[in-house]
Write a protein that binds this ligand. Structure first.
Ligand SMILES: Nc1ncnc2c1ncn2[C@@H]1O[C@H](COP(=O)(O)OP(=O)(O)O)[C@@H](O)[C@H]1O
Ligand SMILES: [Mg+2]
Length: 293
């Protein structure tokens, strides 16, 4: 089987994992394998998981490893073709008509075409990685449209004809799973669920991402965050919150003090929901002393 261009020189999940590490992203074996297969087989990678587990960051790291520009399509309710594919620059078209007087103006010239992420990826599939972020926020119609795009990587522009990618672009989709995605969409992709990292892995992430945090602090903060995640919270902390909590507690604890106290004081960087804060407040001391044990 021919090796896809994107993966040339990367011999398997382990080397890919190494390269991702160089790009400041720690991938476990499951993610490295899914990403490798997606690149090698030329199929889109679908990453699903709770907010803050590192989905968007994984896409950035993969683009960086491939030496390609990341083109990000952030999905939202009501996102449509104009925002995702292309748009005609109406004000510029009007201006051109006015300036031309009686002369002919080609209103569908390149200079009036605004390429949005999907068209950008199609135009230069070898230089770009397309990230379709938080697809679960878009509605079903948009998902159906995406499915079509992902099956043939063409885009029809009525005034211009069909744009076809020279080769299938590298595409990464993410979902926070606020709703189920269509079976058909999932079938088209290599699927990987990203869970919260293991304590060992999250500790490495903290050491890598936080500016000045001692190893012991990283261990404590990871234990405390895991204790919080075991509570019935509306917004459980993601990895970014772990990193920030470690940094904040380190700041507050400068000159010595007690770690449980520093963590408790910095709770606002890790819980950002009033109900969650109210729920945790009376439990925080017990929770921190248990996780310190
Ligand atoms: N495996 C990882 N390696 C390095 N940093 C990570 C990892 N997972 C998460 N992070 C950190 O957590 C932050 C949040 O991750 P993000 O990709 O925005 O989450 P998601 O897109 O899943 O909501 C990132 O900016 C990064 O600092
Ligand atoms: Mg994200």
């Amino acid at each position: 089987m021919a090796v896809r261009r994107a993966i040339q020189g990367i011999d398997g999940p382990d080397p890919l994992s190494q390269l991702l590490g160089d790009a400041q992203y720690i991938a476990d074996d499951g993610l490295a394998t899914a990403a490798y297969l997606s690149l090698a087989l030329g199929k889109p990678l679908l990453l699903e998981g709770a907010p803050g587990v590192g989905k968007t960051e994984a896409a950035k790291a993969i683009a960086s490893v491939l030496g390609r520009e990341l083109v990000r399509l952030q999905c939202y309710e009501g996102i449509d073709a104009a925002a995702s594919m292309y748009e005609w620059n109406f004000p510029r078209q009007m201006l051109a008509i006015r300036q031309a007087g009686d002369d002919y103006v080609n209103l569908y010239d390149d200079r009036f075409l605004i390429a949005r992420p999907i068209l950008q990826a199609l135009e230069a599939p070898r230089d770009r990685v397309l990230l379709i972020d938080e697809i679960d926020r878009a509605d079903h119609e948009f998902e159906a449209f995406l499915l079509e795009f992902l099956s043939d990587f063409t885009l029809s522009i009525p005034e211009r004809g069909t744009v076809r990618a020279e080769e299938p672009p590298v595409v990464i989709l993410t979902s926070n799973r606020t709703r189920e995605l269509h079976e058909a969409l999932r079938r088209r992709c290599i699927y990987h669920w990203i869970g919260y990292p293991s304590p060992e892995l999250e500790q490495r992430i903290v050491m890598m991402r936080a500016s000045t945090v001692a190893e012991d602090t990283a261990r404590r903060v990871v234990a405390a965050v895991n204790a919080l995640r075991a509570e019935p919270l509306a917004k459980p902390p993601g990895v970014a919150e772990t990193v920030e909590w470690a940094e904040a507690a380190t700041l507050l604890n400068r000159g010595g003090g007690s770690w449980p106290r520093a963590f408790a004081r910095a709770i606002g960087v890790v819980l950002k929901d009033q109900d969650d804060l109210d729920y945790i407040a009376p439990r925080i001391d017990a929770l921190l002393s248990e996780s310190a044990a």
